[in-house]
Design a protein around this ligand. Structure first.
Ligand code: NAD
Ligand code: LMR
Length: 325
């Protein structure tokens, strides 16, 4: 096993706390930093003190920053030496909001953090959970590239869409959930979320007339959780579970055992510059962005329909980057 330093930014938040728990349990993690604002619901130092008692090898440290301070000025000790920074910081949506309604506030938060990463851990893989992923990731990747840094280190986390698709296919088919692997491509909002049921043995058994409803169920799953939480946040526990799956894959790749997961990254496999697809994580972060593979006629139609929507959301991110250099 390897010994990596990992930071969870927003680590005292709804996703951040369970994600910090799961990352503290990863045998490849020797140091875990929990980073949040002083106004967080629980002090980051408290989350760290709590997690420091797990009988796992990771040393856990907490860092809290005032909202008025630019993180870049304060985060040196916390970020220096990190191999992976997971970012579940930012505001979650409320019922009636779209993810894209969060762009201005959350891109500002992400920019502050990503600039700190660029300064103190420029070799780290920076994995963004913050919504709207479809726009925030392009914005942050452009910022990263302008600093001369490697875009293969910037990753948008879409693993929750795969987790959901796999659970729903298990529920419909009764096949063992551990053997189900559904790639989810495109992006992480509404119709841009495209599960490729046809590429999994269990998923491929779903009758064609049932596929559109199951596809829609995956697209709407985040909104279902937002509605059920009734104004008190969005998915946190399932997101932490999914984020840790991605985090483990990244660390495994860095340690020399490549792992493939879907993620939203800079891409040339379609005509869009950012796209979620299967990605193999290796020693330098994103090692291979895989082709889409064979699609059913339904999936081909959905792919063409989602492209203009995703294109607009990418453009919003690029505009943000251009206006906020
Ligand atoms: P939350 O409000 O519970 O936690 C967010 C945390 O971020 C808070 O503790 C807050 O203090 C912290 N924070 C805010 N600004 C910060 C800054 N500048 N530096 C450091 N920390 C900062 O929210 P949550 O439910 O954990 O959601 C976080 C984000 O994740 C939201 O944008 C949400 O939409 C997104 N999300 C994404 C996915 C996905 O699949 N990618 C899934 C669920 C939620
Ligand atoms: C999700 O898919 O659960 C997240 O993107 C949170 C949200 O706003 O739906």
């Amino acid at each position: 096993m390897a010994n990596y330093k990992v930071c969870v930014v927003g680590g005292a938040g709804g996703i951040g706390q369970p994600l910090s728990l799961l990352m503290a349990m990863d045998p490849n993690v020797s140091e875990l930093c929990v980073y949040d604002l002083t106004l967080a619901m629980v002090p980051a130092e408290g989350v760290a003190a709590d997690l420091s008692h797990l009988n796992h090898k990771a040393v856990v440290k907490g860092y809290a920053f005032d909202k008025d301070d630019r993180a870049i000025d304060k985060a040196e000790e916390c970020l220096t030496g990190c191999s992976l920074v997971l970012i579940p910081a930012g505001v979650p949506r409320k019922p009636g909001q779209d993810r894209k309604d969060l762009l201005n506030i959350n891109a500002g938060i992400a920019k502050n953090i990503v600039e700190a990463c660029a300064k103190f851990c420029p070799d780290a893989v920076v994995a963004l959970i913050v919504n709207p992923v479809n726009s925030v990731v392009p914005a942050m990747c452009e910022l990263w590239k302008k600093k001369g840094l490697n875009p293969k280190k910037i990753v948008g986390i879409t693993t929750l869409d795969c987790v959901r698709a796999e659970k729903f296919v298990h529920e419909v088919t009764g096949q063992p959930v551990g053997g189900i692997s559904i790639p989810v491509i495109g992006g992480h909002a509404g119709t841009t979320i495209l599960p490729l049921f046809s590429q999994d043995a269990a998923g491929a058994t779903i009758p064609a007339d049932k596929v559109p409803d199951l596809d829609k169920k995956v697209q709407d799953a985040g909104t279902v959780v937002v509605a059920a939480k009734n104004g008190k946040g969005s998915a946190t526990l399932s997101m932490a579970f999914a984020g840790a799956r991605l985090g483990r894959a990244v660390l495994s790749g860095l340690a020399g055992t490549p792992v493939t997961e879907c993620a939203y990254v800079e891409s040339t496999i379609t005509d869009l510059p950012y796209f979620a697809s299967k990605v193999t994580f290796g020693k330098d972060g994103v090692e291979t962005v895989h082709d889409l593979g064979p699609l059913s006629d339904y999936e081909k139609g959905r792919l063409e329909a989602l492209k203009p929507v995703l294109k607009e959301e990418i453009a919003a991110g690029l505009e943000y980057a251009a206006a906020n250099e």
